[in-house]
Design a protein around this ligand. Sequence first.
Ligand code: CAA
Length: 258
Amino acid sequence: MAYDMIIAETHGPTGIIRLNRPAALNALCDQLMTELGQALRAFDADDAIFSIIITGSEKAFAAGADIKEMRDRSYPHVYMHDFIGANWEVVPTIRKPVIAAVAGFALGGGCELAMMCDFILAADNAKFGQPEINLGIIPGAGGTQRLARAVGKAKAMELCLTARMMDAAEAERAGLVARVVPLAELMTEALKVGEKLATLSQPVTAMAKEAVNRAFETTLAEGVKFERRLFHGMFSLADQKEGMSAFVEKRRAQFRHR
Ligand code: CAA
C-alpha cells in the first residue's frame, strides 16, 4: 500500500513504520493516524511478520496531535467524528508486539502513541511530555491514564499540570521506558528485539502480551487467574512440547506456532 505520511517497510521478520512528516515534527494529523492504523493492521495480518517497530526521526518521534488541524474544530465535530477514538486506538488492538523506538520529542499525542505500544526503547536524546495544558486542553489519547500507570501519580500529575518534559534518563528511572540506548544504536537495538521475537512461538508471544496487559485492567487475583488459564492452555500447544524438549535435548527450539 502507498502511504504519504509514513514509510512502512520490512526488515526480515520485523515490520517498521516510520512516521514521516519532518516539516511538522511528525505531528499526528488525521491522515497520518489513518495510515498508521492501516499499516499496523496489514503487518498484524501478515504471517511473515513477528513484531512491529514504530519510530520517527532523530529530532521527533512525534510532537503531538496536529494543533493546526484541530484548532478550529467544534465540539459537535470532534464528538460526532469521535476524534482520537476513530483512528488512534488501533495500536492497543494489535496482537503482535509493537515497540516504540523513540528519538527526540515524544510530546502530547506523541508520548501517548509511544505509551500505547508494548514498550518503549528510547534514544538518549528522547524527551517525553504532556504539554497540552499550555494549549488550553488536557491529553486526549490516554495520557493522563497511561502516564499515571507508568510513572505514578506524582510525576504524571507534575507533567500534565506543568508541561515539563522528562529526558530519557529520567524516563528510564521513572519506568516509562524499557531501556535507553545511544541515538546511533536505536534502530539496531530495536531490530535486535525484532529478531529475538521472531525466534519465539507467535501464539505464546501474543498470550504473554495479553496477560501483561491484563494487569492494567483487573485485580491481582483476577489477573493471576487469567494468567493461570493461559498457562494451563499452553500445555495443549505443540510449541510448549518443542520448547521444553529443545531445552532438555540441548538444541535450539523450532517453533511452529501451534
Ligand atoms: N502540531 C502542528 N504542527 C507542529 C506541532 C504540532 N503538534 N509541533 C510542531 N509543529 C510544527 C511547527 O508549527 C513548525 O512548523 P512551521 O515551520 O510551519 O512553523 C514545525 O513543526 C517545527 O516546529 P518548531 O519550529 O516549533 O520546532 P522547535 O524545535 O522550535 O520546537 C517543539 C519543537 C518544542 C516540539 C515545539 O514544536 C512544540 O512545542 N510543539 C508542540 C508540542 C505540543 O504542544 N504537543 C501537544 C499537541 S496537542 C495533543 O497532542 C492532544 C492529544 O493529547 C491528542
